[in-house]
Design a binder for this molecule. Structure first.
Ligand code: HEC
Ligand code: HEC
Length: 414
């Protein structure tokens, strides 16, 4: 295993300085002599987006061991406890109710699918498909994300369209390509299930089920589904045997030469900001009329002008929120925790494996008019690609097993 000392980052500059002198960059040398950078500055330099990071420092960084302390100093951390919104404090009855509702297909128009149909515990709480199926005969248009750790995110969906779990759940239950459920119908159904009437009363101190409280309950349940026993977290906590040598080299590349941490930063490994990578289209949309219908419907529902949505063949991402051309193709940087069990990858599931994802970055991404300047060819060799994949896999914790609960029955109530 390589030496894991925080002094390693300081050595980066000792390695870089002579090379810089040879390169004749006199101004930089004067700066180094007059104002020797301390360790904090070295770490700050590593944190800079790729193009700003001097090439020499990037090359040197690839040879330096990244210790748990280095990674923490760069902003990586274990997850803090979930903070719920003020109008939705957690309680046991609410979590229990939310769990039942999450698994209950009666929360779809024809009682055919539940949240758990597309967020299956055994599939990393995602679906395992490139593009999700949807409501009966109405395929979805995006790849299903995991709900693990979702209570830590402040922007939800690939386009970051929803700002809370409660708002997200509303669009899942009511959306035409998801559960297609009318809120009033949902309320009447829940009112004819005595166990739900009881649980709503205990959880919310209310007189019975309401759709808005159902949204709060399902958010409360999601807040209990968080990563456990993640090798990367154990490493951050000081257990240097938690990661393989390959994964540690991958971590070095992630924060150094490969520039991944410019966007995948912080405890969730996302800046929760929007970037265009030029991810290629998924050919499924071109081949399947039902998917064409969904794509055009989604564009229309998001206010895209008719002349565009009648022919549109792609997902415009952040554009739907801002209607600014500069935001076409931009998507919210996804969290990378649990990425070892949440493939296929990207908003359209176009990459089946993590290796394909890393090769895409290695080639400098795809093409888009708004492509991020942070994406450029990386020049990684086969071993380095494998190291990055090993690091990504180390972000995955134990499977979170929750069995399908026995759902309470309908009864005719007064
Ligand atoms: C038909 C399949 C389907 C159903 C049913 C469904 N989801 Fe999803 N879920 C998806 C897809 C696909 C996405 C990504 C959609 C997007 O970005 O527009 C998603 C995204 C999410 C996210 C966002 C995660 C993130 O990283 O931003 C959460 C949270 C979530 N779903 C929870 C739920 C809950 C709660 C329910 C039930 C109320 C539900 N889903 C029902 C397919 C589904
Ligand atoms: C410019 C910001 C940026 C940089 C730099 C970046 N990513 Fe990403 N990453 C994103 C965005 C945005 C997406 C989603 C793109 C989409 O779906 O169209 C993404 C998606 C991913 C995914 C798929 C996750 C999933 O759940 O589907 C993985 C894995 C990933 N990135 C790993 C990396 C690695 C490894 C690097 C470094 C080689 C890297 N990223 C560099 C912004 C970035």
């Amino acid at each position: 295993m390589s030496q894991q000392t925080s002094g390693g980052l300081l050595r980066l500059f000792l390695v870089a300085a002579p090379v810089i002198i040879i390169g004749g960059l006199a101004i930089v040398v004067v700066t180094l002599v007059n104002d020797r950078p301390d360790e904090g500055e070295a770490k700050a330099a590593l944190q800079q987006p790729t193009p700003i990071l001097p090439t020499l420092a990037r090359e040197a960084a690839a040879n330096v061991g990244v210790s748990p302390a280095d990674l923490r100093a760069l902003g990586f951390d274990i997850l803090s406890p979930v903070v719920m919104p003020p109008d939705n404090p957690l309680n046991d009855a609410k979590i229990e109710l939310g769990k039942l509702l999450f698994f209950d297909p009666r929360m779809s128009a024809n009682s055919s699918i539940s949240c758990a149909s597309c967020h299956q515990p055994a599939q990393g709480w995602g679906e395992g498909l490139d593009i999700n199926f949807g409501f009966t005969n109405t395929p979805h248009w995006r790849n299903s994300q995991t709900i693990i750790n979702s209570a830590h995110l402040s922007k939800l969906f690939w386009g970051g369209e929803k700002l809370s779990l409660e708002a997200q759940a509303k669009s899942a239950w009511t959306g035409a390509t998801a559960q297609n459920l009318d809120p009033d119908l949902a309320e009447e159904r829940m009112r004819q299930i005595p166990e739900y009437v009881r649980l709503f009363t205990v959880a919310f101190g209310s007189t019975g089920p309401s759709f808005d409280d159902a949204l709060r309950a399902v958010a409360a349940f999601e807040a209990t589904i968080n990563s456990t026993n993640v090798p990367f977290d154990r490493y951050l906590e000081g257990d240097t045997s938690a990661l393989s040598e390959s994964a540690i080299r991958g971590a070095e590349l992630f924060v150094g030469q490969a520039g991944c941490s410019a966007c995948h930063s912080g405890p969730l490994l996302t800046d929760q900001s929007f970037h265009a990578l030029g991810v290629p289209d998924n050919p499924k949309f071109a081949q399947d009329p039902l998917r064409q219908i969904t794509l055009r419907f989604q564009n229309r529902a998001r206010g895209v002008p008719e002349d565009v949505y009648r022919t549109v063949d792609t997902d415009l991402g952040l554009f739907y929120t801002t209607k600014q051309e500069i935001d076409i193709d931009k998507f919210r940087t996804p969290m990378l925790r649990e990425v070892g069990q949440t493939g296929p990858y990207m908003h359209n599931g176009v990459f089946a494996t993590l290796e394909e994802v890393v090769q895409f970055y290695n080639a400098g991404g795809g093409s888009s008019p708004n492509k991020s300047p942070l994406i450029s060819p990386l020049g990684l060799d086969g071993q380095e690609v494998a190291d990055l994949v090993a690091f990504l896999e180390s972000l995955t914790g134990d499977p979170i097993i929750v069995e399908q609960p026995d759902l309470p029955d309908y009864e005719v109530l007064p």
